[in-house]
Design a protein around this ligand. Structure first.
Ligand code: NI
Length: 167
């Protein structure tokens, strides 16, 4: 396994749209285990392939308290959604920034697992928000895109400044 480099906002590659996975191969499984290791090491509760510069529809998540319930979603699709949620979100590509985003409280998601089998999952609360956040990454969308232009500019400047200081 390997820890992958996570793209940092602002980066144009975070706005690429991921392509569906056509076959769940050994290469995909290797990528998934590297993504999981990268997410746990960060540490974070979710990671989309887009964030490690692989533009395929794959995401991993683990919102359990113990961090021992890895979930893998390949070609995820939301097939039903209800309610409203506005949890504060963070992102491994936007370190140190936390903002509330409007999401659905409950979703039903259909996806393939790492064996290529189709499954459905009802999610609510943090897991639901996490899946919606990661699915946005696969569409080239970062959570700060929902914020006002003024806030987006402030966040960009702050992150650029911080990066200069640590280089
Ligand atoms: Ni994110």
């Amino acid at each position: 396994m390997a820890i992958l480099k996570i793209l940092q906002y602002p980066d144009d590659r975070l706005h690429k749209v991921a392509a569906p996975v056509t076959e769940v191969t050994e290469t995909i499984r290797k990528l998934i285990s590297d993504m999981a290791e990268t997410m746990y090491a960060a540490p974070g509760v979710g990671l989309a392939a887009t964030q490690v510069d692989v533009h395929q529809r794959i995401l991993v998540a683990d919102t359990s308290e113990e961090g021992n319930k890895l979930m893998v979603f390949i070609n995820p699709e939301i097939i039903s959604k209800s309610g409203e949620s506005d949890l504060e979100e963070g992102c491994l590509s936007v370190p140190g920034i936390y903002e509330k985003v409007q999401r659905f409280e409950n979703i039903t998601v259909k996806a393939l697992n790492d064996r290529g089998e189709c499954f459905m999952l009802d999610a609510s609360g943090l897991l639901s928000v996490c899946i919606q956040h990661e699915m946005d990454h696969l569409l080239g969308k970062v959570f700060v895109d929902y914020l006002s232009p003024l806030k987006q500019t402030r966040i960009k400047n702050k992150l650029k400044k911080r990066r200069r200081e640590t280089m």
